[in-house]
Design a protein around this ligand. Structure first.
Ligand code: GUN
Length: 308
């Protein structure tokens, strides 16, 4: 039986390690503060942001949410970011992606003070990632690295295949695995013989955004499979087919009208992988935990600067 890599367990470990750090910062009158900008109405983003704000509350971190409308302009978002840059009690600024289509996301990210860039999306911090120098790192891939480390999954010398080339997950994931001495292949929508390339992977990371796209033929027996996808299935036929008529999933569908599935076929991965992350309960919780860790770290840097 494949080992299930429990993201909730690792999230709890990471958050527990943050607790004494938050207490020490509070005692030093330097409570960490996170500002989240959620522009427009994207239901998935609303859920992600709600989870981020809830995690702050549970950890005792100050947070505030700014919700400009769908019609917001690039200039207005830059102005918002600049006013957050100027507030010393705000350690982290997170601009939830994707932004409304008229907004130039790259210009908005460039406006964030790199010291407050708790998502690691600013070009300066991306440069630090490329050169493997310290700095805030993108939360989803850094959470995956924590998961692999804490489960003692070997990386050095292994072949890692990352499916997906986004700035948020695919590219930083590939670099982090490379820095741990994996041999890394990045695949995308135009890769030929995708299944054959994936079947070479000792570590397979799926960040595609297509439900149950990775099936048995993509998975080398015994591989570690990391599923970054969160897709909502709203057709009963799809649920029945992907979950092979599993009664619990069909019951969930009848009750809620939808079922979550990752980018990896959940039955195939359980049968073929050596270890894998489930959906839900795998990668998702780690992203939030790493955001908390990045925010705490930004506050610790502020305290260092203040007390220097
Ligand atoms: N959209 C999807 N994932 C993320 C993330 O980690 N950070 C931000 N800002 N937006 C996202």
């Amino acid at each position: 039986m494949a080992l299930i890599l429990d993201g909730l367990k690792i999230r709890d470990q990471i958050l527990k390690e943050c607790q004494p750090r938050v207490a020490a910062l509070e005692a030093a009158r330097c409570l960490p503060g996170l500002a989240v900008i959620l522009a427009g109405d994207n239901p998935a983003s609303e859920i992600y942001v709600r989870n981020k704000v809830k995690a702050c509350q549970e950890l005792g971190i100050y947070s505030e949410k700014l919700t400009p409308p769908e019609t917001v302009t690039t200039a207005q978002l830059i102005e918002m970011v600049e006013s957050l840059n100027a507030r010393p009690e705000i350690d982290g600024i997170l601009v939830q992606m994707p932004l409304p289509k008229q907004v130039d996301a790259k210009r908005v990210l460039l406006a964030i003070n790199p010291d407050k860039d708790v998502d690691g999306f600013h070009p300066l911090n991306l440069g630090r990632l490329v050169t493997n120098t310290p700095g805030p790192r993108a939360c989803t891939p850094s959470g995956i690295m924590e998961l692999l480390k804490r489960y003692n999954i070997p990386i050095a010398g292994k072949h890692a295949v990352v499916v997906g080339r986004s700035d948020i997950v695919g590219k930083p994931m590939a670099l982090m695995l490379l820095h741990q001495h994996a041999t890394v292949t990045i695949c995308h929508s135009r890769t030929s013989n995708l299944a054959a390339v994936c079947r070479e992977a000792d570590i397979l990371v799926a960040a595609i955004g297509q439900p149950a796209f990775i099936t048995a033929e993509f998975i080398k027996p015994g591989a570690t499979v990391i599923d970054v996808g969160i897709n909502r299935l709203t057709s009963r036929e799809q649920v029945a087919s992907i979950f092979r008529n599993a009664p619990d999933k069909l019951a969930t569908f009848e009750k809620r009208g939808s079922v979550l599935v990752g980018d990896v076929n959940p039955i195939d991965v359980a049968e073929r992988a050596g270890a894998y992350t489930p959906v839900p309960g795998g990668v998702g919780p780690l992203t939030v935990a790493m955001l908390m860790a990045n925010t705490v770290e930004a506050a610790e840097r502020r305290l260092d600067v203040c007390s220097a």
